[in-house]
Design a binder for this molecule. Structure first.
Ligand code: ADP
Ligand code: MG
Length: 319
């Protein structure tokens, strides 16, 4: 007998509620917000072939499905509380469900973010998570707050996820260790939740890099009504990416995708506060440019020469 819908939910996705007033099992879950807090919510869908390769392990897929959602909370400076999981599965494969739920719930535990409900149906593999977090009223980091004169920063390093994808595609080859490390970046992204929270009241704007640095930065610039200068050589990248030809380095760091690092702006006089936030969150942050009043993004290299580019962000209906 294959596992039925309700046995499946009970076995893999039901645990006693700890933070939520009511978790899985009723028509709705109930969440309590502390006084003075706003609810931050976001939703991200993962479709096989579109967002992940069939080669990814179910455990890593469970991790990534939640990580990309936590990354949106991080970009707002919100603290994770809970999430729901809408899951379409071709079949109730217990080995797959074991791995997937383990990866998912391990990350959920690491962020004290509870699974409080969802929907389960048969169909082509599709994973849709809605995440809920809280942020003190008026303190959320928005895309709209960048001001001319602000410094522009990015957390961690960019480009390894794209490097792994290109290795999978056969466009380049990586040595065994390098491939494993790049693949780790692609399949096990770390949402910068602690950094987002530490940047409340310091950063003037933030976004997480999911579609490529230049594309995501453009959203901030547009919403803020400003432009930016970016030093393309200052964009942090791993040693394994540095070993690649410069054209690949730039493609992967500027228009890579799946990085889940934070790009944010802060006034120059808050540079020390930015580094304090980075230290407290245990994530390096690097200044990669500045905000200017003229719209658009101007790229320069480390010697200040203009870099011509035709990089475009990932767009589901244009690629
Ligand atoms: P409804 O009929 O109200 O849509 P369902 O029968 O679909 O409820 O689900 C029963 C309970 O199980 C609900 O509390 C729902 O939130 C929860 N649930 C369903 N699928 C999942 C899942 N994949 N993960 C967690 N909870 C789930
Ligand atoms: Mg339902």
């Amino acid at each position: 007998m294959p596992l039925g819908e309700f046995d499946l939910i009970a076995r893999y996705f039901t645990r006693p509620a700890r933070r939520a007033a009511l978790g899985v099992g009723d028509d709705c879950a109930l969440l309590e917000l502390l006084p003075g807090m706003q609810l931050a919510t976001s939703c991200d869908m993962l479709v096989e072939g579109r967002h992940f390769l069939p080669t990814v392990s179910p455990q890593r897929l469970g991790h990534k499905a939640l990580a990309v959602n936590l990354s949106d909370l991080a970009a707002c400076g919100a603290e994770p509380l809970a999430f729901t999981l809408a899951l379409a599965l071709p079949r109730a494969d217990e080995t797959w469900l074991d791995g997937f739920s383990q990866g998912l719930l391990a990350l959920a535990d690491a962020h004290a973010c509870e699974l409080v409900g969802g929907d389960t149906t048969q169909g082509p593999l599709n994973i849709c998570i809605s995440v809920f977090g809280q942020v003190p009223r008026g303190r959320a980091l928005l895309r709209s707050g960048a001001r001319a004169g602000d410094d522009l920063y990015v957390s961690g390093a960019l480009g390894d996820a794209r490097l792994a994808l290109e290795a999978f595609r056969g466009s380049l080859t990586l040595a065994g260790d390098d491939f494993a490390a790049a693949r780790h970046a692609l399949e096990l992204p770390q949402a910068r939740v602690a950094l987002g929270i530490a940047l409340r009241g310091v950063a003037t704007s933030a976004i997480d890099v999911s579609d490529g640095l230049l594309g995501d930065l453009a959203h901030v610039l547009q919403r803020s009504g400003v432009g930016a200068q970016v030093d393309v050589d200052a964009v942090p990248r791993s040693g394994r990416l540095r070993a690649q030809p410069l054209a690949w380095q730039r493609q992967c760091t500027l228009a890579g995708g799946d990085d889940y690092e934070l790009v944010f702006t802060a006034p120059t006089e808050r540079a020390d506060a930015v580094q304090d936030a980075a230290r407290s969150a245990g994530v390096p942050v690097t200044r990669i440019g500045c905000i200017e009043s003229a719209p658009g993004t101007r790229l320069v290299d480390s010697s200040g020469r203009a870099v011509v580019h035709g990089y475009s962000a990932f767009d589901h209906f244009r690629s």
